[in-house]
Design a protein around this ligand. Structure first.
Ligand SMILES: [Zn+2]
Ligand SMILES: [Zn+2]
Length: 147
């Protein structure tokens, strides 16, 4: 057993202050899922080509123009649905905590589902849905005139 000792002490006493150009800003985009940004679907009712992400970054489940959707998800199991039929927007729901939720009913199997309203959803169609119960009341509304 021989210990091989290499006494080579290499000292560098050159104090060079190298200014490395480190620019932390604008390095690396915040695109978490780039394939979602380009993924689209075609509306089964109006034929509009729709990006799956809305302006706020949420995932769409309905067309922003006519608000129709497709029955692609099983709302009991959470997995994919075999139905694939068109889903009609039938109502606006306001859950506790606020915000509008769109209620869809499948035209084939009558399954109900809910989805978030996107910032660029057609506001005229949304308001039409919201006022429909008041516009077609099952009893006269004159009784509330004195309130
Ligand atoms: Zn549409
Ligand atoms: Zn269905």
């Amino acid at each position: 057993m021989s210990t091989h000792n290499t006494g080579s002490a290499r000292t560098t006493d050159t104090t060079t202050t190298s200014t490395a150009p480190t620019n932390p800003a604008a390095s690396g985009s915040a695109a978490s899922s780039p394939h979602l940004r380009t993924e689209t679907f075609t509306c089964v009712r109006c034929g509009l080509t729709v990006g799956v992400l809305d302006p706020s970054g949420g995932r769409r489940d309905h067309c922003p123009s006519c608000l129709h959707s497709r029955h692609l998800r099983d709302h009991v199991t959470g997995g994919p649905a075999d139905c694939g039929a068109r889903m009609t927007p039938i109502a606006i729901a306001v859950p506790r905590g606020g915000g509008w939720t769109l209620v869809h009913r499948c035209t084939a199997c009558a399954t109900l589902s809910t989805g978030q309203v996107a910032p660029d959803d057609n506001q005229l169609v949304l308001v039409r849905l919201a006022v429909r119960p008041i516009a077609q009341p099952p009893f006269p509304l004159e009784a509330f005139g004195d309130l």
